[in-house]
Design a protein around this ligand. Structure first.
Ligand code: ADP
Ligand code: 5GP
Length: 212
């Protein structure tokens, strides 16, 4: 018999946020390709799909009525209204997976992350499993350039997103880790190293890990 019992570890819940346009989706997509064992939490949203987005892969696209029904049913770990649409994380995307030792990645806004942060103070599973990562742009000028280059939002939406970004950046101190997305490859490497490191935390290891 080996010294270590396999499957004696809870998964990590990696909660990633940062201002819109920072490059969260881009960084997370690369991490997803390069760490295929990571599970991504597919969020619910009431916003319309963008070109190429698929229901069940990028988001679960719901009507406002359906979203509210799920709120009333207690199906979300967190939800928030972001830019006039609801977004939320389903318990079913996260809880059973981490109990089985799978690592789950959440790309959610700061309000949602702070809700989970608060719950994790009372809930031992969330308290042990959550790691909060903030992604920041190298400058506000670069953030604006990225929002414009993405060409997915109207001028009004771009101004709305930029207007929120200064306050959002000030939240970095409520997170456990900070990744600056300046050069994409370096940010992806930082994120991967950080994920590997969180897997070594003893607080998620269970009694009976060692066969001694
Ligand atoms: P978010 O998900 O944070 O709103 P996106 O991933 O949609 O941001 O990225 C916004 C835009 O910035 C996209 O056009 C993307 O290609 C670009 N981008 C992302 N990361 C970088 C980077 N490190 N350098 C330059 N452009 C980037
Ligand atoms: P987008 O519409 O550009 O895909 O996302 C807009 C914002 O909503 C991003 O900041 C993204 O992180 C956030 N978001 C996506 N899913 C969720 C979620 O489940 N909960 C919360 N609170 N925010 C989310």
């Amino acid at each position: 018999m080996g010294l270590i019992n396999q499957n004696s570890r809870l998964g990590v819940i990696l909660i990633v946020s940062g201002p819109s346009g920072t490059g969260k989706t881009t960084v997370c997509t690369r991490v997803r390709e390069e760490m295929p064992e990571l599970k991504f939490s597919v969020s619910c949203t009431t916003r319309a799909p963008r070109a190429g987005e698929q229901h069940g892969k990028d988001y679960y696209f719901l009507s406002r009525e359906e979203f509210k029904r799920r709120i009333d049913n207690g199906e979300f770990i967190e939800y928030a209204e972001v830019f006039s649409n609801y977004y939320g994380t389903l318990k079913s995307e996260v809880i059973d997976r981490v109990k089985c030792g799978e690592d789950v990645f959440l790309d959610i806004d700061i309000q949602g992350a702070m809700q989970i942060r608060q719950c994790s103070q009372q809930d031992p599973l969330l308290g042990n499993c959550c790691e909060f990562i903030f992604i920041a742009p190298p400058s506000l000028e670069e953030l604006e350039a990225r929002l414009r280059n993405r060409a997915s939002d109207s001028e009004e939406q771009i101004m709305q997103r930029l207007g929120k970004s200064k306050l959002e950046i000030s939240y970095w101190k409520h997170y456990d880790y900070l990744v600056i997305n300046d050069m994409l490859d370096a940010a992806v490497e930082d994120m991967k190293s950080l994920i590997r490191m969180t897997r070594k935390a003893t607080k998620r290891l269970e009694e009976g890990l060692f066969n001694v």
